[in-house]
Ligand binder design. Structure first.
Ligand SMILES: Cc1ncc(COP(=O)(O)O)c(C=O)c1O
Length: 427
């Protein structure tokens, strides 16, 4: 135990854990909004001070176009190169050139799908899932005009995708499997390494939507052995932007749009035009923030290294497991229908993102009541209309989603629980 500045006793974080108080103090928006509770993180998370500082620094000190011979322009080039390396470490890429920066995840899925649409021959089948965000479904279905055929990898009733079910869907005609690493609605984590094995055994590629998993655990494109992966900055404590990782050879083979004088090489062949450099500076700072959590945990490894990131993201995952258990307990106590994994023994297979409904109150009424209590949660289809259909929910009403990240606390869950208990009693 140690004493805080106000003389209260505080539990020291366990070894391998970080202090949530200290984490929260690094996110100025949390204190500014107090007593508001941010429980809608799946739609976008807050950013730590160092991300603001990095964005501001860029705008104040080197807000010029890259590629010039003068120092400020060179500084922009160097900043982008450093950011590529940092993101490469974050996903465990082989090379920073496998990282492309751009607008958001959806536009990257579209860029890759437009390219793959031009390469369909005998292999014209694409596997999509009924659990994914629509960004990783509709973009592929749009290739029907190019002659693509589709196979549906369906979620099982336990609320997740099973790689064994993929086996029967792939063949020598499969060009690509497009699936999520984690459902943005249900929080279920997919065994993507097993899915990649099945896809590759059939000679197909695999495209992973890592947007929802991004803030919750270790991303490892080598271990997963995938071919493409997208993330959004605003889910991982960075500004609004996206990045794509692609296996070098896969990116080289993609026929993308580029001006004649742009080399047919990654990453520039994937990055048409100017992207938002200040946000790229913010993205690097966000990943450095994540890596720096290990210093809180007493690690002596050099800050910013891949081992640091692995340690931080593992600690986040362990902490969030406690949040998941707490939330699940409250939802079950209130008689909510929880969609997705709800078996406590399987809590490791999910992140603290829960979709639920109360028996006799509509989702919009629940989120309105939460809003009056200064708790931000969301209702609707979560951009996963096929999943809502699959769950037997109308897409206009859908479900309530509560989505937590590592700066959320058990105390916040207790306030959420008070409102939910009241609603379930009155309803
Ligand atoms: C799982 C998932 N995939 C894709 C997207 C789309 O990301 P973006 O807004 O960066 O295009 C989202 C956004 O919420 C998401 O949650």
């Amino acid at each position: 135990m140690s004493r805080t500045h106000d003389g209260q006793h505080r539990q020291r974080p366990a070894r391998g854990a970080f202090s949530v108080e200290s984490v929260r103090s690094r996110f100025p928006a949390l204190a500014r909004a107090d007593p508001f509770i941010f429980f809608d993180n799946a739609a976008g998370a807050q950013v730590p001070q160092q991300v603001f500082d990095a964005v501001n620094r860029h705008l104040l000190e080197c807000n010029v176009q890259r590629g010039g011979r003068y120092p400020k322009s060179r500084e922009v080039d160097a900043g982008i190169a450093r950011a590529r390396q940092t993101v490469a470490d974050f996903v465990n890429a082989w090379s920073p050139n496998e990282i492309a920066f751009g607008m958001n995840a959806t536009s990257f899925v579209r860029i890759v799908s437009l390219a793959i649409g031009q390469t369909l021959g005998e292999r014209n089948e694409i596997v999509v899932t009924d659990m994914d965000h629509e960004a990783n479904v509709a973009t592929w279905l749009a290739l029907e005009r190019e002659g693509a055929k589709f196979r549906w990898w369906k979620m099982r009733d336990d609320g997740t995708l099973h790689a064994e079910d993929l086996d029967a869907l792939v063949s020598s005609r499969t060009r690509l499997v497009a699936c999520t690493v984690t459902s943005n609605a249900l929080g279920s984590i997919v065994d993507v390494a097993a899915a990649a094995k099945v896809a590759h055994a059939a000679g197909a590629e695999i495209f992973l939507d890592c947007v929802h998993f991004g803030p919750h655990g270790v991303i490892d494109v080598r271990e997963w052995n995938c071919d493409y992966l997208v993330c959004s900055g605003y889910k991982i404590f960075a500004p609004h932007m996206g990045f794509l990782w692609g296996r070098d050879e896969a990116l080289r083979n993609l026929p993308t749009f580029r001006e004649e004088f742009i080399p047919d090489e990654p990453p520039v062949k994937i990055e048409a035009g100017t992207f938002v450099y200040e946000n790229v500076a913010g993205m690097r700072a966000a990943i450095e923030y994540l890596a720096s959590l290990t210093a809180e945990m007493g690690s002596r490894a050099p800050v910013g290294s891949r081992p640091n990131l692995v340690q931080s993201m593992t600690a986040i995952r362990d902490y969030e497991e406690k949040l998941s258990l707490e939330l699940l307990g409250i939802l079950q106590e209130c008689g909510a229908t929880v969609y997705g994994i709800r078996n406590k023994e399987r809590i490791r297979e999910r992140v603290p993102t829960f979709c639920f409904n109360l028996p006799s109150i509509g989702p919009a009424q629940v989120t309105e009541a939460m809003s009056r209590a200064e708790i931000g949660v969301r209702d609707g289809h979560m951009y996963s209309p096929r999943l809502m259909n699959r769950l037997g929910l109308g897409i206009e009403s859908g479900a309530v989603r509560v989505s937590l990240v590592h700066y959320n606390t058990v105390q916040e869950i207790a306030r959420f629980a008070e409102v939910l208990r009241e609603l379930s009693r009155d309803g």
